[in-house]
Design a binder for this molecule. Sequence first.
Ligand code: NAG
Ligand code: NAG
Ligand code: NAG
Length: 428
Amino acid sequence: MLDTNCSGNKKSVSRVVLIVVPVVVSIILLLCVCYFILKRSRKKYNTLLRENFGEESATLESLQFGLVTIEAATNKFSYEKRIGEGGFGVVYKGVLPDGREIAVKKLSKSSGQGANEFKNEILLIAKLQHRNLVTLLGFCLEEHEKMLIYEFVSNKSLDYFLFDSHRSKQLNWSERYKIIEGIAQGISYLHEHSRLKVIHRDLKPSNVLLDSNMNPKISDFGMARIVAIDQLQGKTNRIVGTYGYMSPEYAMHGQFSEKSDVFSFGVIVLEIISAKRNTRSVFSDHDDLLSYTWEQWMDEAPLNIFDQSIKAEFCDHSEVVKCIQIGLLCVQEKPDDRPKITQVISYLNSSITELPLPKKPIRQSGIVQKIAVGESSSGSTPSINEMSVSIFIPRNLISGRQFYVITLPSKANIDDFICRASKGKCYE
Ligand SMILES: *[C@@H]1O[C@H](CO)[C@@H](O)[C@H](O)[C@H]1NC(C)=O
Ligand SMILES: *[C@@H]1O[C@H](CO)[C@@H](O)[C@H](O)[C@H]1NC(C)=O
Ligand SMILES: *[C@@H]1O[C@H](CO)[C@@H](O)[C@H](O)[C@H]1NC(C)=O
């Protein structure tokens, strides 16, 4: 009995061995094959990276985030995580597994840039690091989705505080002066100190974020490069900009230079001082803040534009007047009449009050009337609260097949804008 039992066991054991061993061996073999294939393709991928990006491939890899990570961080891009929407896409707030807070800008599909060009631009833009610029942490590139990952800046944007009668009181004059200086430093870095000269082209209060100490950080720099708006320096047939902040030569002829950023900076300075938007008719019989400021300047009463809610506070009024003068100098019609941003910084820093005298700035309506208006394309997006909206305006009505991309301050202004523009000489 014992014997038969034993041999029975042996038989079933050997049967099990006969089945299990080949299965295990083939699984191991399969795994090995998979491993080598993966390793080879990884190697091939790395060689490809190295061929295309040389030494930078390691940097590039450290900048790349996986879609899974970003989806987890933003709760699969849920609506509650949306924190803004601009001309280039929707922005979501997210938290990485290590606890870092991020802002994810999901670029709209229309950016027709190839993966390699996109990575190239990211490499350049990620090197721009300054305390007055929002840090680009990396990117996510998956199938047809392109995303930019930024550090999260906690106190929203300048327009959120400035254009609200309650919140603007939280910004006293010394805070505002610090913000003006910080923006100038950030622009100066973009223009002068980084290896790559970057013209922002869309400077406005909603692109100036505020950190926990209310230090300004410029966002959206380098976007024209990232979405490949154009490659030519100095002249473009597609305009990225916001009505009210665009210099006349840029809005009307597509010419941009450091001086077009200086113009936008000037508008921002005057808005910071007055807590009023340039383009809203807040001064009964005046079109815009620039012409109102000019009138008060000529009447030798520049402080009339100073924000009433902080006027009572003790502050150095000569400093405010100096800033008004700087603002007016920056919004001169001719680019050559505007100071360079480094000059602005020295005006701000020195106690010297001998600044050049400004001339009359261009009226905002004068800029608008020269822009041709066609139909707004599918590229337009409805605005959410104070965020901006882009409309695409074919300029072929005037010459060639060229397009303007103009970002308007709010949805409400579009009709007004189109109406006013179409009354101009657009369709000749
Ligand atoms: C301005 O506000 C900041 C922060 O709220 C505060 O620290 C500072 O003392 C204020 N300055 C003046 C002159 O009131
Ligand atoms: C800015 O953010 C910090 C921290 O997030 C907060 O303590 C502070 O109150 C905020 N400042 C304003 C003016 O909201
Ligand atoms: C401002 O001027 C002081 C000397 O007057 C100088 O030490 C400082 O570096 C200047 N700051 C900037 C930002 O230019």
